[in-house]
Design a protein around this ligand. Structure first.
Ligand code: COA
Length: 186
């Protein structure tokens, strides 16, 4: 049976007193029926920003839509649509184990180039935070490449603080890249 789509209200977020979000942004939890659109957007992100994701474009380009739908299982995927097109995505993984399930791991955050600065990032982060709170998560965690100044600025504005650096978190073309470990208490 197809999972029913849930619409998540756009609320809060943005700088205090300033809401830079364009109208017409629809942030929601994605379902298996979004696998093709999600895979397409994700491949764009991996191609445009090869240093900023742990995943590799060529690896994921080989996945079928069915494989994509399978890989979505066990992780919550979020998206933002504008005019019916998916323009942003991100995932949230909540461990099942009792001592770990207060953590929510955010991954795969990508806003399409033409939508960056539109508030789509805030919309998806609001949706993630609301869902994480509802599921009992008290701490959100993520990694960002140390020199990804735009992403680090975005996460800091959203209340994330760096608590460490993982050396050589990824190796791309033989070069190691450190990742800023960031967390936000909900
Ligand atoms: C990171 C990302 C999700 C943020 O979404 P966004 O729509 O671009 O975010 P915003 O425009 O709301 O915020 C970005 C902030 O960085 C600032 N910024 C823009 N370009 C910058 C740069 N080159 N260096 C530093 N800061 C920069 C913006 O002014 C803004 O700060 P402000 O809110 O204080 O004005 C998006 O840029 C993206 O998908 N990037 C490519 C993939 C990526 O790096 N993903 C993150 C993986 S951890």
């Amino acid at each position: 049976m197809r999972e029913r789509r849930r619409l998540l209200p756009l609320q809060g977020g943005g700088r205090e007193g300033v809401d830079r979000r364009e109208s017409g942004l629809n942030a929601r939890l994605l379902t298996h029926s979004d696998a093709a659109a999600l895979g397409g957007l994700r491949l764009r992100g991996l191609l445009e920003h090869p240093l900023d994701f742990g995943a590799d474009h060529d690896e994921e380009a080989a996945w079928s839509v069915t494989e994509w739908a399978r890989r979505m299982m066990g992780t919550l995927w979020f998206g933002v649509e504008r005019g019916g097109a998916l323009i942003a995505c991100a995932s949230l993984r909540i461990p099942e184990r009792v001592k770990l399930r207060h953590n929510g791991w955010i991954n795969a955050m990508y806003v399409a180039a033409e939508a960056q600065g539109s508030g789509a990032g805030d919309a998806i982060m609001d949706a993630i935070e609301a869902e994480a709170r509802a599921r009992g998560v008290t701490l959100l965690k993520l990694y960002a490449r140390e020199n990804n100044s735009r992403a680090c600025a975005f996460y800091r504005r959203r209340g994330f603080e760096a608590y460490g650096v993982e050396p050589d978190a990824t190796v791309v073309g033989g070069v190691g890249y450190g990742a800023l470990e960031m967390a936000k208490r909900l």
